[in-house]
Design a protein around this ligand. Sequence first.
Ligand SMILES: *[C@@H]1O[C@H](CO)[C@@H](O)[C@H](O)[C@H]1NC(C)=O
Ligand SMILES: *[C@@H]1O[C@H](CO)[C@@H](O)[C@H](O)[C@H]1NC(C)=O
Ligand SMILES: *[C@@H]1O[C@H](CO)[C@@H](O)[C@H](O)[C@H]1NC(C)=O
Length: 663
Amino acid sequence: MKGTGLSSFIQRPRRQNVARSATIALLGLAGLLWLGNNYNNINNGHDVNPFDDIPGAGFSWHQITPSSSIEYHDCFDGFQCARLEVPMDYNRADGQGRRVAVALTRLPAKVSATDPRYGGAVLINPGGPGGSGVMQVLVAGRDLQTIVDAEESPDATGNTPHTKYFDVIGFDPRGVNNTTPGFSCFPDLSSQVAWELQMEADGMLGSSENSFMRHWQRAQALNQGCSLNLATPPAGEDEALGNHINTVPVARDMLEIIERHAEWREKQGQLQQTLHDRTHGHDPEQHIITRTRWHRNDEKLLYWGRSYGTVLGTTFATMYPDRISRMVLDGVVDVDKYFADIGPNPIRDADAIFDRFGLYCDEVGPDSCPLYTTGGPESIKEAFLTLDEKVHNASIPVMASPSHGPEVITWTDIRNLLRVALYQPIFAFPLFAQYLARLSNGDGSAIVDFKQVNHRSSCPSNQCQMAGPWSTACRDPGENESYATSAILCSDAEYMGDVDEDGFREYWDELKKDSKMLGDYWAHIRMSCVGWKARAKWRIPGPFTATTSNPLLLISNTLDPVTPLHSAEKMSRSFSGSVVLRQDSEGHTSGASPSLCIAKGVRRYFQAGELPDADVVCEADLKPLLGPTTASLIDKEESMTESERVLMQAMMNEVQRVRRRPL
Ligand SMILES: *[C@@H]1O[C@H](CO)[C@@H](O)[C@H](O)[C@H]1NC(C)=O
Ligand SMILES: *[C@@H]1O[C@H](CO)[C@@H](O)[C@H](O)[C@H]1NC(C)=O
Ligand SMILES: *[C@@H]1O[C@H](CO)[C@@H](O)[C@H](O)[C@H]1NC(C)=O
């Protein structure tokens, strides 16, 4: 893995005392990290390949035969995997036709599924669209489980049925990662890599005079072919993946997962009852069978979705309102905007987050924020904009070194860094300040590392080296991810592909008015659908509104760059009884900052179904650059319980995971 961390995670504000930094170190929060990769965790300063530390990575999905019932197989050291076969087209009257094998990975609950304290399976979705739920559960499942599970360990709770322990299940939606059939927009990997490098070299919209024309034509070239191919059934088949990859059938797949998981649970119960009766004598009431029974066609969903995952959640809630047990939606998308382009653009709060950068940078001063200049937050912002313009005028050359080849740092690189900073300020404000300060002194080497970590095939596996660079051994099943994003998004939101040049320019101008900082980046989302031809067969007209069997818990930051608070408030009005729990912080989804208050709110909801009062505003325990907030327990280590410490660590792990997908 190339690139080393240059900045310690939590900067030390001027006012910070020794006890405070000791506490941080104790929590294991300090360390080295670098940007640009999805999976990097702080790891005592050692660079690691994130998959090296998943023993059992020798597991292959091909070892599992897809089945219409769930059959769990051990995989990835401590997880279980299954491939659930579902109809590609649920609306086919004869029940025939192509099948999709949905890949799912289960992190088993800390108690068995037959235990009275077993709370069920929480389905998760990381966003995207196109994000892999399998990847999410492997990387983040344990942390999410810590948050939803009862505080006490199962050994300590005895048989209290009021403490619950949950499975966490991640699944790959249609067209994503390990779910089959997959698809590719390229004939081979080399044409894909060449294309992606050229895309990068073309730069972001707004990077040059001809950036629009170039992207417009690239979008046509890529999307017309890709969507046509995807909308053409293979020989002898009736269904094409491209017509069945949108969110609605995926919501139906979720229903299938919970039904089939219940079927599996029932089987476990029967086995366990037999065993029990054999050792303890026949139980006339058959307790275990009773509590594990499959309530066919009436099983209820437990769900935790982020960002695009909230689109999937609200779609499910609209289609199956009486099938909801718990649903947490964090970083809430306005689905009317998403599906039908109705309502304001979502990026209106993005520039306010950048203003916070100026504010916090001014407060901590040059030691913690090297981009600091005297004259207050406005001058810091000005300093950035001057640098931004300077690099726009002329990119900055960086010589080759033992760790990287020659490069130029472009305005696009700065804007990508800015994007990460706005999405994840705690994680990225310090790096942003440091990288740009170095760049303004003519040193672009740090940004080169950031940039090159994004280049794939920088560290080929042994098998790949042996089989040759373009062999299948060199393929990462996730490498089609951004194309899956388009396939899902563009068939959900047909208006995106239907735009013409003038219409697009108008839209882009509007975005720039809404956000100087994020407008160009955000325009790429619609651009990624230009020329898309495949149409979804099964759509729902809306309105997206419902009275659900249990109320939803919505979570929103006060300032989110792409899923603003007002979206959450709007969606909450459409789902009766739902509550918006606010986190007073900046960034995309509450996962961008740790907050014990939020974690406890989520736990209470999963454990007891209790919602917070509508006016609760949770404080984040850390602020970007500033460090721990005054009310935070991080600062008062002795008053934090062991269980709070564990929760805090789980949240800090989340904060450090870089999110690559737009939503
Ligand atoms: C990714 O692309 C390859 C071929 O280029 C294809 O075989 C594979 O199925 C694709 N994976 C997904 C998840 O679409
Ligand atoms: C960028 O170029 C424009 C036009 O040549 C010039 O007016 C401006 O001062 C330059 N900006 C910076 C920061 O160098
Ligand atoms: C795809 O799934 C595998 C596990 O089978 C995981 O290791 C990998 O990170 C996933 N890829 C992406 C891009 O999410």
